[in-house]
Design a protein around this ligand. Structure first.
Ligand SMILES: [Zn+2]
Length: 240
């Protein structure tokens, strides 16, 4: 049978039979799939040794069934900085938890794959703060899934965001409203406006005010996954 090569992120694995493992993989080309590695747990087996959770690999697969067979694997990125840092690891698990909830098996979506790969690289690079990478992930994911929050202009008068003006956030309308148009219960801190501009371009705005955006994104992410993320609860404790 012909082997096919795909880019994959390893989300998790379980032991199977005496020496096999079954992996849950998010692939760029085929969406989320299951793949079996035969004999990988035999003592001394170095074959397919790059199949650790969270690794970015290029793999060869065969089979059309629910569980495909992994024939070869080449490591592209091991995200070693994430793996040695408990907080970064939790951020990565947060991304994976959300993905597991929203991406169905064989749901092809290369943009989601690219988004999570990019966010893992940013987490691994150390120069970005973990919370900013999380906000970027949430913001881009919501946008991609059709939760287009209007953060560029007032949803009532359409005036473009002006950092001199004060703004509120309207959850029902899904966007900013300027103080000329309407006042809601959620008045944004003045610095939040700069954070929005930073996030849109993804600059390094580590000293900016993000708590308002955190709250807004959390509201919509919870709506998306139909509950509260377990990993996010931990991250909230870290932030407080
Ligand atoms: Zn307005």
């Amino acid at each position: 049978m012909k082997s096919r090569n795909v880019d994959a992120l390893i989300l998790k694995s379980i032991n199977f039979k005496d020496s096999d493992k079954i992996y849950t993989l998010l692939t760029k080309e085929l969406g989320k799939i299951s793949g079996k590695a035969k004999g990988i747990r035999k003592i001394g087996s170095k074959r397919l040794s790059s199949l650790d959770t969270l690794n970015y690999v290029r793999i060869g697969i065969v089979g059309d069934g629910d569980i495909k067979t992994i024939t070869e694997a080449k490591l592209i990125h091991s995200f070693s900085n994430i793996k040695k840092d408990f907080d970064k690891l939790n951020s990565a698990y947060y991304f994976i938890e959300i993905l597991n909830k929203i991406v169905q098996e064989s749901d092809e979506d290369s943009e989601i794959f690219n988004l999570i790969s990019k966010c893992l690289k940013r987490l691994d690079e150390v120069k970005y703060s973990d919370t900013r990478v999380e906000n970027y992930f949430e913001f881009k994911l919501l946008e991609h899934l059709g939760y287009t929050l209007q953060l560029e202009r007032c949803i009532d008068c359409s005036e473009v965001l002006n950092t001199e003006r004060s703004y509120f956030f309207d959850y029902e309308g899904g966007g900013l409203v300027c103080s000329n148009c309407k006042e809601t219960t959620f008045r944004l801190k003045p610095d939040t406006l700069n954070s929005i501009l930073y996030l849109k371009g993804f600059y390094q705005g580590n000293d900016l005010e993000f708590s308002d955006l955190d709250q807004i994104f959390k509201y919509y992410i919870n709506d998306l996954i139909g509950g509260v993320s377990k990993a996010k609860k931990y991250l909230d404790v870290r932030n407080s």
